[in-house]
Design a binder for this molecule. Structure first.
Ligand SMILES: [Zn+2]
Length: 354
């Protein structure tokens, strides 16, 4: 650039300055506030955004609180459920512990009174008749409260028909201890079925009723009772659980074996009953029915009476006495029950030591 050109450029007035000189005052102000306006706008936008975010955050927090409250309620319910469950388990545990204690007691008793010899060997008769075990029994227990159990031994016979008719007339259930010799006849089988159909208890009283043969050993006792057990089931469809020793549990023929018989029969689940009132009708000559009724009613006053009667062929006067016996116990406030494993046992005590 030469000097002339340089001077000319310097002498040219500044274009911007010329424009500024020409601009009015208001325009100057607008130009000054324009950046401020954008700043305010930006701040407002930022504030709005911040408010919006805060609102969203609050909304989110409220939602989260609701969720957490629901979860807390759920956890509280679960905790209550678990506490309930824990209480149940605690009760269950206590019950199991009681059962365990009972089982341990039983184990102790069995070890003490077991038929097994000290070396662990058991008598051979425990292995006999693997099907000769009493059926499981689940029913109501009867422990007294003026209960009378009428029992009839040595049948069935023609007298059984009359006994069944009288019991039916009074709405009374009794127990029939049948013997195999009578029960095996055609008429005997029919009567056994009638006994069961009427709701009475059919029970075992040996096959032969021959004391010498029956009480010769535990084996002979088991043989007869197993035969009768199977026979009763074959004829009636019912397995008996209850039995009675001919002559009572302790008699002149079984002194040497009755303890073992009781233990072995108990091991097999059978329950025996003696009696605490008797018709005294096992006599050679029939007794007058009034005497029989009076003897049967000697049980009045006991909480649980088991009355021994006979329904064998020669015991007609016992049957004649039966209505008076039933009425006598009814008048004294007794109810009648057939024998079953839920009835408290009535048994003879051990003989007094000499
Ligand atoms: Zn008998």
């Amino acid at each position: 650039m030469d000097h002339a050109q340089e001077r000319s450029a310097r002498d040219q007035p500044d274009a911007t300055a010329l424009i500024q000189l020409e601009m009015p005052e208001s325009a100057h102000l607008r130009t000054a506030f324009k950046p401020l306006f954008f700043i305010v706008l930006a701040l407002a936008a930022a504030l709005a955004t911040a408010c919006g975010m805060l609102f969203l955050q609050r909304q989110a927090a409220a939602g989260r609180i609701r969720d957490l409250e629901q979860r807390a309620a759920q956890l509280s319910q679960e905790a209550a459920d678990l506490r309930g469950l824990a209480e149940q388990r605690q009760a269950e545990l206590a019950r199991r512990e009681r059962e365990l204690a009972q089982a341990q007691d039983t184990i102790g008793l069995l070890k003490e009174y077991s038929v097994a010899a000290p070396d662990g060997t058991v008598p051979e008769y425990t292995r006999l008749y693997p099907d000769f075990y009493a059926p499981a029994w689940e029913g109501e227990a009867v422990a007294g409260g003026k209960v009378c159990c009428l029992t009839f031994d040595d049948g069935p016979s023609a007298n059984t028909d009359r006994v069944l008719e009288i019991l039916d007339r009074y709405g009374v259930k009794g127990t029939f201890f049948v013997v195999g010799n009578s029960a095996s006849t055609a008429a005997g089988q029919e009567r056994m079925r009638q006994i069961v159909a009427a709701g009475h208890t059919i029970a075992m009283h040996s096959w032969s009723h021959d004391y010498k043969k029956l009480y010769a050993s535990v084996d002979s006792f088991l043989e007869e009772f197993n035969s009768l057990y199977q026979w009763i089931h074959e004829v009636t469809g019912v397995y008996p659980s209850v039995y009675r020793f001919p002559g009572g549990s302790i008699n002149g023929y079984d002194r040497g074996v009755y303890q073992e018989i009781i233990a072995e029969m108990a091991r097999r689940g059978f329950v025996y009953y003696d009696w605490n009132a008797s018709a005294q009708d096992a006599t050679v000559h029939p007794r007058p029915s009034a005497d029989i009724a009076a003897d049967c009613l000697r049980g009045v006053g006991r909480e649980l009476v088991v009355v021994l009667c006979h329904d064998s062929g020669a015991r007609g006067t016992t049957v004649d006495a039966l209505p008076a016996v039933i009425q006598g116990y009814q008048n004294a406030g007794y109810t009648f029950s057939p024998l079953h494993p839920g009835v408290e046992q009535v048994t003879f005590g051990y003989p007094k030591p000499q």
